[in-house]
Design a protein around this ligand. Structure first.
Ligand code: C2O
Length: 610
């Protein structure tokens, strides 16, 4: 990997982290640059969209009849042709939503409905080839999830800090789960299938038989995985008759608080004992402790020392949680409603990276599909998956305490989206996104507090003397793209507001670089890095502001064979660091890191999002 040592060197002093244990629920007071993050106001975008697209309250034709919905969907698809449905919807909403006299739009924006288990089909795991049965047992009795606020609060421990007593319990519970008969919906086999079914096209959407449910690449990512972990944890607790049992989290965002200059970020030891029920044999042998996790991993190991890895990991965390995640849509990812596919969507910051990177980093490269963690259909077979996701889930909690616009969406198409899970009594339960948003109150769990060192690891600018010349000028972008790319490519992207904006303007609107219509083979890993105003011949380290982020894809087969999605990167702080706020354009360098087959990029754009 081409990296250049930064001229200023790495200035992160590990020794300062240990004093930063934060034990209350608010981290914002600790942010180094609080004024930048203290915006006021609600997330207007989500609210506005809801009111513009909602038809439930106004459309007399709207009912819960699936055929009716399907007809309406077909009708609207015909009407809209090839236009982006969402853009058109916003237009309709603006027009009709503003007056009561105008005709009402068709009812096609609704929350995703829970799958109908009787329609579950085999999941494909290779293109046109191997299939696997991921469907859960069918039950006709469905309970509605109701939070039991009377149960005792469970505290999820950091995996590196668990006691022997805790570990013994956890191992016992995991062993009992593994020992359940395979057709028991609470068995390890069935629990792993939950992920496969929701991610590998096993469930057609109710009302849209040709569109399958996908819980990644969108705002469903955080709530789906939260509820999945909740039931998994409750099953383990029930098996050992301990309702206070809580899953551990893999604290990959922090060097170990106690031994900060030695090993940090590796797979927690409790998962690597080969005789333990927490072990899984399909992992990358080269990534065992004390090797540090690479939060920027993309399929190949770069040769950096532990200090550099730590600096880069912490800067990645800062970018994905603080500077690059100032709005709900950047953090949660794109909206996803009934009838949506994920082609016009994009993943939120944490889902994209480091969540995806760590899936790739853990999976066994000697298995055909990167099993277990390296492919969605098999990821849930590894107990480490649940520890990984607990930390992802913990990031959602922390993000909401960071101030500004960092709040949950209020759109009811998000809040009312539904999932089905089997609970600790093997009963089928329907829950909604809204059940997941107050974990302490409604789900009765919290996380053991530890250091959050990345709050203080803002990347710094390198400002290289030579910058790469763009291969494609801003004026040629639309004629030269879509294009495939397999080597470093630098393009110029025009900025719609090439002016230094005031603090207020910047806090009102985030400048966002969009890399559009990224298309590739879905069952292959893809990763490329994005640098802004950098020297492509001697690229910056990942803890430099010039590194804007990465696109990362975890393989999983989809029936379309290829996958099309987008990447959004919030760049307001980055441009400030680079002193590029009044520039008319930026130089964007894409650096492919992993891709077996061709990757196509549709285009580039800078927009403002509030
Ligand atoms: Cu559903 Cu970590 O993925």
């Amino acid at each position: 990997m081409a990296t250049a040592p930064s001229p200023t060197g790495s200035t992160t002093t590990m020794g300062t982290y240990s004093s930063l244990i934060i034990s209350n629920n608010s981290y914002s007071a600790f942010l180094p640059n609080k004024s930048q993050l203290s915006f006021s106001g609600e997330s207007k975008r989500y609210i506005a969209r809801r009111s513009s697209i909602s038809c439930k309250a106004t459309n007399p034709n709207n009912n819960n009849n699936n055929n009716e919905k399907q007809n309406q969907q077909e009708q609207s698809n015909n009407l809209l042709g090839k236009l982006d449905r969402r853009n058109v919807l916003i237009g309709l909403g603006g027009l009709y939503g503003a007056t009561t006299l105008a005709p009402k739009p068709l009812a096609f924006a609704d929350p995703l409905a829970a799958p109908d288990l009787t329609t579950c089909k085999l999941a494909e795991i290779t293109t046109g080839g191997e299939t696997v049965e991921c469907c859960p047992p069918v039950s006709t009795k469905i309970k509605i999830f109701t939070p039991d606020t009377s149960i005792q609060l469970r505290t999820r421990p950091a995996a590196q800090l668990v006691t022997d007593e805790y570990l013994a319990k956890f191992k016992k519970a995991q062993a009992l789960m593994r020992a359940l008969p395979e057709d028991d919906p609470r068995s390890m086999v069935q629990q792993a299938k939950v992920h496969c079914a929701y991610c590998n096209d096993a469930y057609p959407q109710v009302g849209f038989p040709d569109i399958d449910i996908q819980v990644h690449f969108s705002w469903l990512f955080f709530p789906f995985h939260r509820m999945y972990l909740y039931f998994y944890e409750r099953i383990l607790g029930k098996l050992i008759d301990d309702p206070t049992f809580a899953l551990p989290y893999w604290n990959w965002d922090s060097p170990d608080g106690m031994f900060i200059l030695s090993g940090c970020f590796p797979i927690p030891d409790i998962y690597t004992d080969t005789t333990s029920p927490l072990y899984d044999q399909y992992r990358n042998a080269a990534h065992q402790p004390p090797v540090l996790a690479d939060l920027g991993y993309g399929g190949t190991d770069d040769d950096v020392d532990d200090q550099t890895r730590t600096d880069e990991n912490l800067a990645i965390m800062y970018r994905q949680m603080v500077s690059g995640a100032k709005t709900p849509d950047l953090f949660f990812g794109h909206e996803y409603r009934a009838g949506d596919t994920t082609t016009s969507s994009y993943a939120g910051t944490i889902e994209n990276s480091p969540h995806n990177n760590l899936h790739l980093w853990c999976g066994d490269p000697n298995q055909t599909n990167g099993e277990d963690m390296g492919n969605f259909y098999s990821a849930g077979r590894d107990p480490l998956f649940y520890a990984h996701h607990c930390n992802v889930d913990r990031m959602w909690n922390i993000w909401k305490t960071l101030g500004g616009k960092r709040k949950d969406p209020t759109d009811t198409d998000w809040l009312d989206a539904e999932f089905l899970f089997y609970d600790e009594n093997a009963e089928l339960v329907k829950c909604k996104v809204r059940d997941s948003i107050h974990p302490e109150k409604d789900l009765r769990y919290t996380y053991e507090p530890v250091n959050v060192p990345w709050l203080f690891t803002k990347p710094t600018a390198r400002k290289p003397k030579t910058k790469t010349k763009a291969k494609v000028a801003a004026t040629e972008l639309t004629t030269k793209f879509p294009a495939t790319f397999d080597s470093k490519t630098t393009v110029e992207v025009a900025r719609p507001k090439p002016k230094k904006r005031t603090k207020k303007e910047k806090s009102n609107e985030e400048e966002v670089l969009i890399i559009k219509d990224i298309e590739f083979v879905s069952n292959e890993a893809v990763k490329f890095d994005v640098f802004i105003n950098d020297d492509a011949d001697s690229l910056s380290r990942k803890d430099k502001s010039e590194f804007a982020g990465s696109f990362v894809h975890v393989p999983h087969q989809q029936k379309t064979g290829t996958k099309k999605t987008n990447l959004k990167l919030g760049i307001t702080d980055l441009l400030e660091d680079l002193g590029a706020e009044d520039a008319s354009s930026v130089l964007v360098t894409l650096v492919p890191r992993v891709a077996k087959s061709t990757v196509t990029v549709g285009g580039f754009e800078i927009e403002f999002s509030s």
